[in-house]
Design a protein around this ligand. Structure first.
Ligand code: ADP
Length: 504
């Protein structure tokens, strides 16, 4: 049995946060906080208890229309079109400072709303978001084109000056998920604002709090009205209206592959640009020559970090046969020690899953694994009597074609398989519709590099896992998405290239 306690003890909420959630939360449109046009609100739920935390404005098509109008005006003729790159950079930097100043409040918001341990939000979610904004603030003044020597054979003797400029793509709709609510908002807003775009952000309905609070800081930092609009609401309604809106130039989405495909279809109406960061079923490969103890710790956190609710979770574990039992037992032992509880309990190491839907979905996969013959050597079931807790689970006796090996579970469940030969391993590791990330554990540097080259994944971690940095691009091959976020690659998602050719 995992060493667990019924979820009870919680830290006292930050007084700002208490005040923040005690009033109904509104939409940010054109620099003002407004109720939804329909007047509707929805419940925001604490996943550790199922209780209601706050009332959130339920934005829909009409609110999206208003937000797009504001973003359009701010982009086309408004202040954002006239502001200098340096001023844009300063505003983004100021937002980072404000966020950093409010680290504790944001860490608690993330913990309360998403369920993650408050210590993790304090150490990872908030500082990574701050760092992302600072990194992107620097890019605002460095988005450059080229001068290009051209020859034009059909105009002999003519001379030209040709150059390119990178211009902001325009009004951007951004739809984000619930697993890292604040960080995903930062990944989206940072580069869009640095590039000079205006934005309508639609946070996930399960975790709207941090985006709304960030909206308050955006106003405090001094961003002009209409530059960032935040519309809370549901996916099919508010999200769908945004993805299909004819005056939106680009849609950026992070979430499931299934919804990514819906977004793509909705975007076809005006052929808006689309970037997608979608699901994964990432292979994590441990060779017998690895530092086994480090690999066991790494593989444990590769799957259990954020309760497995990471698109890049190391959810397919391939272990070279001679060390298979040792590694799997080691991970199981670690899993047993993980303390489950509400995120706001300082002793908690793993919180609940984010929602009842997610809980049902993960439990469904555990059932399906069992039916198909997989064996849970630890976990394999829900935990506690309230909230959406699932025990960290290690499955063995799994086969490549089982649902638990092929489909994204998005929960604390790893499927472990032994391997003998490299050739078979590579085709197994790539045998998925996804291609987001992969992990390799070995001391043999040439083996590591040659395998990294063969894996069809946007990120390959060697002797580490879940290493993120604002400067490192992240995104997927195959059905894991289109485009790269972070690093300088992300600027391509938020800019258009204009070629100017002058006869001189
Ligand atoms: P998950 O399956 O992990 O909950 P989703 O892909 O459903 O993730 O959700 C990610 C984001 O996409 C959320 O903000 C959600 O509201 C939004 N969303 C869901 N369905 C749609 C849709 N049909 N159109 C646009 N956005 C959607």
């Amino acid at each position: 049995m995992p060493k667990t306690a019924e979820p009870t003890a919680k830290i006292k909420l930050d007084s700002n946060l208490q005040k923040f959630i005690s009033k109904p939360l509104k939409l940010l449109i054109n620099g003002k906080w407004v109720a939804a046009a329909s007047g509707k609100t929805f419940d925001d739920i604490d996943p550790s208890t199922g209780d209601v935390i706050a009332q959130i404005a339920e934005g829909d098509r009409e609110d999206i229309n208003q937000a797009v109008k504001a973003a359009r005006a701010a982009f086309d003729n408004g202040p954002w079109s006239k502001i200098t790159p340096s001023e844009r950079g300063k505003l983004i930097w100021k937002l980072a400072d404000l966020l950093e100043k409010n680290t504790e409040e944001f860490a608690q918001i993330e913990s309360l709303d998403n369920g993650k341990p408050v210590g993790v939000a304090r150490a990872a979610d908030v500082p990574l978001a701050v760092d992302l904004f600072r990194y992107m603030a620097g890019w605002a003044t460095k988005i450059e084109g080229n001068t290009i020597p051209i020859s034009v054979p059909y105009t002999p003797g003519a001379k030209y000056l040709a150059y390119t400029v990178r211009e902001p793509v325009g009004v951007v709709g951004q739809v984000i998920p619930w697993n890292f609510p604040l960080l995903m908002a930062a990944w989206k807003l940072g580069p869009a604002l640095a590039a000079g775009c205006t934005v309508i952000l639609k946070p996930a309905e399960q975790t709207p709090l941090s985006a709304v609070r960030l909206g308050e800081l955006i106003m405090e930092a001094g961003f002009p009205p209409g530059v960032v609009n935040i519309v809370t609401g549901f996916g099919e309604t508010a999200g769908g209206a945004l993805a299909g809106h004819p005056d939106v130039d680009k849609i950026a989405f992070t979430g499931s592959t299934e919804v990514g495909k819906i977004i793509l279809k909705a975007a076809a109406g005006n052929l808006k640009k689309v970037s997608l960061e979608l699901g994964g079923k990432s292979p994590n490969i441990i060779y017998k020559d690895a530092d086994v103890e480090t690999a066991i710790q790494g593989a444990t956190s590769a799957i259990f970090f954020n309760h497995g609710q990471c698109c890049c979770a190391g959810s397919r574990l391939y272990v070279e046969e001679p060390i298979f039992d040792e590694v799997v037992q080691g991970i199981a032992k670690n899993a047993e020690k993980i303390k489950l509880g509400p995120g706001l309990d300082p002793k908690t190491e793993m919180g609940p899953l984010v929602s009842h839907d997610q809980f049902t979905r993960v439990c469904g996969y555990l059932e399906s694994g069992k039916k198909e013959g997989a064996k849970a050597i630890v976990g394999g079931e829900k935990f506690g009597t309230k909230g959406y807790f699932v025990k960290p689970t290690v499955l063995k006796d799994v086969k490549q074609d089982m649902k638990v090996v092929q489909e994204e579970i998005f929960g604390p469940v790893v499927a472990a398989m032994p391997f003998k030969k490299d050739d078979a391993l590579i085709s197994q590791a790539n045998d998925t519709t996804y291609g987001l990330a992969a992990g390799i554990w070995t001391k043999d540097i040439s083996k590591a590099h040659s395998l990294a080259a063969k894996l069809r994944a946007g990120t390959v971690w060697v002797n580490c896992y879940n290493i993120f940095d604002a400067a490192l691009p992240f995104g997927g091959y195959k059905e894991s998405g289109w485009g790269r976020e972070m690093g300088h690659d992300v600027l391509e998602l938020y800019t258009e290239v204009k070629a100017v050719c002058v006869r001189i």
